[in-house]
Design a protein around this ligand. Structure first.
Ligand code: URP
Ligand code: ZN
Ligand code: ZN
Ligand code: ZN
Length: 464
């Protein structure tokens, strides 16, 4: 039995255009758009979006649900994390499956398929973290690409955990150049950082703010430069995750000015928060410990500029929540033991709308960096990231005038603090559809665990 839903009277905003249009949804897909009021479509359900925006559901290309780090696991499960994502207007996440050292990619990916199966409120895909680059994992990459895992994350950070050396990175990039996979790099010089960590602790510098100090911007820039050169040698495209330092962005800009296929993402925490937060007293700074770290406020202007000039293409959250009580507290007296990561999957669409209100980006750029570009970057544009006939009906009715105050008391993420506690923003998600089903209906959760489906992704569509 087919269900027809009609959304009337809203301003439909995609990365390409803004039109006052009615949207017809049939069998979970966008069936047609027509100028407001010009068609007499019949429907089982009519949603009135007068005075509201009608936008594609957000695509968050960087989340970590139930992620193992520092002897604990991030506090959102696939169930709680995807529900919170839906509340925040995100209808697709790409999470990171993890290969453990000494185990196969297959084992790591299967464990994540199992964690997510039957749990998600919205659709999900996987990147694969490669912790052990060797002959057999390189061979396995081909098979994973075939099942829609078309991007792989490697690290120049975290020696002894996720770290790969330059030779391993080069080999993975060479593999990407032949099988079409996109290599994603966490670019920080982890070897040098570990020396600075030991020296800081020896000086008695144990507070959270020292996390930001030892993870020097120059060491992000150095690693960014290095992985760009390795990608050039491998003749492979490159995606640098969570860019936070102006100096690192400058390396991306220089590469892109040479015409190289080098891409970058930043995250809301680098655009809205700073080392001031890391310096909050009474260990509160631990709430803001993530890597790459928050930077001094002066870096933000460069990041906003990069988003406007398309030197940065994507804003993802790097959602990796750890509760303050019992998890962040593992690092009291030693900042290097604070689990790295921050919550934010629920906040991204709203914070970026606030950036529209503040004049940092345009409305269409908002949709580009939060919906269309991540879908295109990771091989699912057309199905995700836009409102056009044939696309999945992942649609958000967004009230651009509603005021809200972000708070742990009202958010839906399974974490005991908000990184944006007390922040006032203009704009709020009202209704969310995932493949035509109501997940949020006028600020009420009507979705269910298990509605969300695995998205098998194609190759990056960002190379034309
Ligand atoms: O601090 C962070 N970003 N934690 C998640 C792991 C990563 O490096 O993305
Ligand atoms: Zn094994
Ligand atoms: Zn990372
Ligand atoms: Zn991450």
């Amino acid at each position: 039995m087919s269900t027809r839903t009609l959304i009337t009277g809203g301003l439909v905003i995609t990365a390409a255009e803004e039109v006052h249009a009615d949207v017809l949804i049939e069998d979970g897909r966008i069936a047609a758009l027509a100028s407001a009021g010009t068609q007499e479509w019949s429907a089982d359900r009519v949603l009135d979006a007068t005075g509201k925006y009608v936008i594609p559901g957000g695509v968050d290309a960087h989340t970590h649900m139930e992620f193992p780090f520092g002897g604990t696991f991030s506090s959102d499960t696939f169930e709680t994390g995807t529900r919170a994502a839906a509340w925040g207007g995100t209808t697709t996440i790409i999470d990171f499956a993890v290969q453990s050292v000494g185990h196969s990619l297959r084992e790591g990916l299967d464990a994540y398929y199992a964690k997510a199966a039957g749990k998600c409120a919205i659709d999900y895909g996987f990147h694969m973290i490669v912790s052990d680059v060797d002959e057999s994992s390189l061979k396995e990459m081909d098979g994973l690409v075939g099942e829609g895992v078309t991007s792989f994350k490697l690290f120049t950070a975290y020696p002894g955990v996720f770290y790969s050396d330059d030779g391993q990175i080069l080999r993975a990039m060479q593999k990407g150049a032949t099988n079409g996979a996109l290599i994603m790099m966490h670019a920080e010089n982890g070897i040098a950082i570990d020396v600075l960590v030991r020296q800081a602790l020896a000086r008695g510098e144990t507070d959270p703010r020292h996390h930001g100090e030892v993870r020097r911007a120059l060491l992000e820039a150095e690693a960014t430069h290095r992985v760009i050169q390795l990608a050039r040698v491998a003749e492979a495209p490159l995606y640098v995750v969570h860019v936070s330092a102006e100096e690192a962005l400058a390396e991306l800009v220089a590469a892109r000015d040479k015409g190289l296929p080098v891409f970058g993402e930043t995250c809301p925490q680098y655009l809205f928060l700073s080392t001031d937060n890391l310096a909050e007293p009474d260990f509160e700074g631990a709430k803001y410990v993530c890597s790459t770290p928050l930077r001094p406020r002066e870096h933000q202007a460069a990041l906003w500029r990069g988003l406007r000039t398309n030197d940065l293409q994507v804003v993802s959250t790097d959602h990796c929540p750890f509760c303050f009580t019992g998890q962040k507290e593992l690092g009291r007296g030693d900042f290097s033991k604070i689990p790295n990561g921050m919550p934010g999957v629920e906040n991204r669409m709203d914070l970026l709308h606030q950036a529209v209100v503040d004049g940092h980006i345009t409305r269409r750029r908002w949709i580009e960096i939060a919906c269309a570009a991540p879908a295109r970057m990771f091989g699912m544009y057309g199905k995700k990231g836009t409102i056009a006939p044939g696309a999945d009906a992942d649609v958000v009715i967004y009230d651009p005038a509603a005021e809200q105050v972000m708070s742990a008391a009202t958010h839906h993420m399974n974490v005991d603090y908000s990184a944006y506690e007390g922040r006032r923003v203009t704009g709020r998600v009202e209704t969310v559809l995932s493949r035509g089903e109501l997940v949020i209906d006028q600020r009420e959760f009507t979705g269910r665990a298990g509605h969300g489906a695995y998205v098998s992704r194609g190759m990056t569509q960002y190379l034309g």
